[in-house]
Design a protein around this ligand. Sequence first.
Ligand SMILES: Nc1ncnc2c1ncn2[C@@H]1O[C@H](COP(=O)(O)OP(=O)(O)OP(=O)(O)O)[C@@H](O)[C@H]1O
Ligand SMILES: [Mg+2]
Length: 180
Amino acid sequence: MRFEASDTGAMEAFGRDLGAVLQAGDVVVLTGPLGAGKTTLTRGIGAGLGIRGPVQSPTFVLARTHPSLVGGAPLVHVDAYRLGSAALLEDLDLDFDRSVVVVEWGAGLVEDVTDSWLEIVIERPTGASAVVARAADADGDGARDGDGDLDAALDADEPRVVTATGYGPRWAATPYAARA
Ligand SMILES: Nc1ncnc2c1ncn2[C@@H]1O[C@H](COP(=O)(O)OP(=O)(O)OP(=O)(O)O)[C@@H](O)[C@H]1O
Ligand SMILES: [Mg+2]
């Protein structure tokens, strides 16, 4: 399943819709470059699940558990950026069966801990480098301004291409199923 999230709100809305169908035992893997929108999507998933926020970039903790406010499964939000190996993911001893687990940078790690997962790849078609170049020359005269607000430019709404592919029995009969 592939679509374009035109802005931050569209990404959160996709997450909310997805969160509404996720259940305990589900694992979602988010892949995409820095600032792609992985945490933004996780925030939407959290809203769809009805968990207690706020969902933030797990900078100092590798995994954060958000309890449900509606009697459903908690959201376990993992940042595997510094984790690097499936063994370390296993060491976190997460309660996969009873939680919805979302792993940023989890590609290639979750295969060892679950037989089914939903992989979501987020791409910035415009490319971060193009955004950086534009930020450096905000007035567009071809010369570097030196006062471009890089952070604002990186955060500004721009489309993302989102591809969601489900692997394993959990996703087989869903629109996300990977085509054999
Ligand atoms: N179409 C879009 N979809 C999602 N986020 C967008 C979009 N357009 C702009 N943004 C902005 O891009 C930023 C994405 O940041 P976010 O923290 O979600 O990325 P990330 O992939 O988690 O980064 P990191 O790798 O650092 O964890 C946010 O500031 C968000 O508002
Ligand atoms: Mg993030």
